[in-house]
Design a protein around this ligand. Structure first.
Ligand SMILES: [Ca+2]
Length: 321
């Protein structure tokens, strides 16, 4: 006779296993149905939008939301670490987590704050000491340079822009040199002051003459150090012309090897070919000077005319705001 026969029925191994397994399942179901009858009260904090941008000296804002969960009902106070050059204010600074509140964050960027991305850490602190953090990234953008208010005089009786005048002609290709190239010409009936710039090309139908003003330090007309001018804030180039032929106006970026702008023919900008002996005003919008970086202009004006012993006059060349 085996020992099993002497144990009560519920102590026999097969029956015992079934009882243990069934109990485990019942306990698991109870735990699954009631995971935690009393989770700890807490709160959540979030920012929306999470990023934005502002110009130096400007103000932007975002919104923080605070919400109590599991019955959390303490006041929550908002704060942020101090970043030099960024003034941060919360409106309101605190509120009740139940049912929750939103706060506006106003961010003022200092005028001297370097353009960059800055991360603002916003901390919510409950009256019971609980803390949660969210982050806002603000991109600080450089202020555009202030628009110019005065014209930039390139050529007038007062003088020429700081640099040098270069002249080119068909003589560079063996044709007759210019008959005249005078930047202080007195007999042209100048519309501004007494002087104008007068040129006469040499002989030959293929001949031409042009001149331009180039910025920088020169020694005997040789460029030593190029300078550049930011013309992006100006509106247009204005000049006076008296000419029997159409003229090509260009500008050039960077330095003597810099790219030249697309050529602008004065017939497209106010010059009337039927009035070759009359001073006329030409206005070329800056947008017509394509292919060059207007913030770094080495030559703010150059002009070229083609023809056999052609004379033309230029006066009062300026970039106007
Ligand atoms: Ca003049």
């Amino acid at each position: 006779m085996s020992n099993d026969k002497r144990k009560p029925w519920y102590k026999r191994p097969p029956v015992l296993s079934v009882i243990v397994a069934a109990s485990a399942i019942v306990v698991a179901i109870i735990i699954w149905l009631c995971p935690n009858s009393s989770p700890p009260p807490d709160f959540s904090i979030s920012v929306s939008p999470m990023q934005g941008s502002v110009r130096q000296g400007g103000t932007t804002q975002t919104t923080v939301s605070v919400n109590g969960i599991y019955g959390y009902n303490y006041p929550v106070t908002l704060s942020s670490e101090q970043l030099p050059g960024l003034a941060i204010a919360f409106i309101p600074q605190s509120g009740e987590a139940a049912p929750g509140y939103t706060s506006t964050i106003k961010i003022n960027a200092g005028l001297n704050l370097p353009a960059s991305n800055y991360t603002i850490k916003v901390t919510g602190t409950g009256a019971d000491g609980k803390e949660h953090v969210c982050k806002y990234t603000v991109t600080v953008l450089e202020l555009p340079s202030p628009p110019p208010v005065e014209p930039y005089m390139v050529y007038s009786d007062i003088g020429i822009a700081a640099g040098d005048v270069w002249v080119w002609s068909g003589a560079d290709w063996g044709l007759e040199p210019p008959i005249l190239a005078d930047g202080s010409y007195l007999k042209g009936n100048a519309p501004e002051g007494d002087e104008c710039y007068a040129v006469t090309s040499g002989a030959g139908n293929d001949n031409y003459i042009g001149w331009g003003i180039f910025l920088g330090i020169f020694r005997e007309h040789k460029l030593v150090t190029p300078h550049t001018m930011d013309l992006s804030g100006y509106n247009s180039l204005q000049l006076r012309v008296k000419t029997p032929v159409n003229l090509k106006v260009e500008i050039q970026e960077n330095n003597a090897e810099g790219v030249k702008s697309s050529p602008c023919m004065i017939s497209n900008y106010g010059w009337d070919s039927n009035l070759p002996g009359t001073w006329q005003r030409v206005t070329i919008p800056k947008s017509s000077f394509r292919n060059v970086n207007l913030t770094a202009i080495f030559c703010p004006f150059m002009v070229t005319g083609n023809g056999n012993r052609v004379t033309f006059y230029i006066d009062e060349v300026m970039w106007v705001p």
